[in-house]
Unconditional design. Structure first.
Length: 315
């Protein structure tokens, strides 16, 4: 970044801070306060830039030196996606024998990939993790909650996952979740791993996504069910407990995917034996995010479970 750009960044920060200071402060008090925030702001900025530099170095090392073990896995056109699902998407209508809603929860499951292909993906992930160890690279983990697993977009899967969003998740979203404004124009794709000596469970949360695709890859395990506890808008994510009929448990099956709203609260129950890997694809829509920002999170939308409870109470 050039000196001029830095100055502009700093100036706009100062302008923002100054505009919020109480009018009755003396000049000395204002100056002292501004000096104080400016120092910590500069430290924070330097820290973020360092993180950014490390990330860029990590990604460029992978891009230059990592050679896939099975390169066909990185090509969406070579993914053996369930024929019935593809035929249904061609017809552009939901067949409830193919894409099944879990009770009336708003979460859906469908056969997605053969178990043999899922195992190939697991092998490729293990190969990448080992490559990182061999090359002294510290892996970036998927998110703040998962300490194991990898980010697929970091080592060659970005295009393939974009194709999955465009060809599978987006058409399904158009048919199922009509309130989501399309297109789904960005994603975060990663693998989560649960085992007795690693992460065992994941606490109750919502995803940073409009829609999430969650595919079980394997291997052998018991426990680890996916628990759902109601769809909530951002105002009601942590305030209203699930109603009895919002509580849903899903047993993972290798090769089967679950599609749910990012705002559908969920947790992964503890694994009780073995090892479980799931491919998670958070799909985002900048249009949908902008609409929610404009709304200022003030108005509870009709798709929020709390909104529906209010309607039921008034009937
Ligand atoms: Zn709400």
């Amino acid at each position: 970044m050039s000196k001029t750009e830095v100055d502009i960044e700093e100036q706009s920060f100062l302008k923002e801070v100054t505009s919020h200071l109480p009018l009755d402060w003396s000049d000395e008090r204002r100056d002292a306060y501004i000096q104080h925030v400016l120092i910590s702001w500069r430290q924070h900025r330097e820290h973020s830039r360092e993180e950014q530099r490390l990330m860029e170095k990590y990604l460029s090392t992978i891009q230059q030196h990592f050679k896939p073990q099975s390169s066909e896995l990185y090509d969406f056109n070579q993914w053996p996606i369930n024929e019935n699902l593809l035929a249904m998407l061609n017809r552009d209508s939901i067949d409830s024998d193919i894409v099944k809603q879990i009770e009336s929860s708003g979460a859906y499951t469908f056969s997605f990939l053969p178990t043999t292909f899922c195992q190939l993906l697991i092998n490729e992930i293990a190969y990448f993790e080992q490559w990182c160890i061999d090359n002294g690279l510290k892996l970036y983990r998927p998110n703040s909650m998962n300490k194991y697993g990898v980010i697929l977009d970091h080592f060659g899967f970005e295009k393939c996952l974009t194709d999955i969003v465009t060809n599978i998740v987006q058409p399904l979203t158009r048919l199922i979740y009509k309130h989501i404004t399309l297109p789904l124009d960005s994603h975060h794709g990663f693998i989560v791993e649960y085992a007795m000596d690693k992460d065992k469970k994941l606490d109750f949360h919502v995803d940073d996504a409009a829609v999430t695709l969650n595919l079980c890859l394997g291997e052998e395990f018991t426990g680890g069910q996916l628990y759902f506890g109601g769809i909530r808008c951002s105002s009601h994510t942590s305030t209203t407990p699930p109603k009895h009929d919002e509580e849903i448990y899903l047993e993972h099956q290798v090769g089967t995917a679950c599609l749910h709203l990012g705002n559908h609260r969920h947790r992964a129950l503890p694994i009780t034996s073995g090892r479980r890997l799931n491919l998670i694809l958070w799909c985002r829509s900048s249009n949908f995010d902008d609409e929610r920002k404009k709304n200022g999170n003030n108005e509870c939308p009709t798709w929020c479970g709390f909104h529906q409870m209010k309607i039921e109470e008034n009937v």
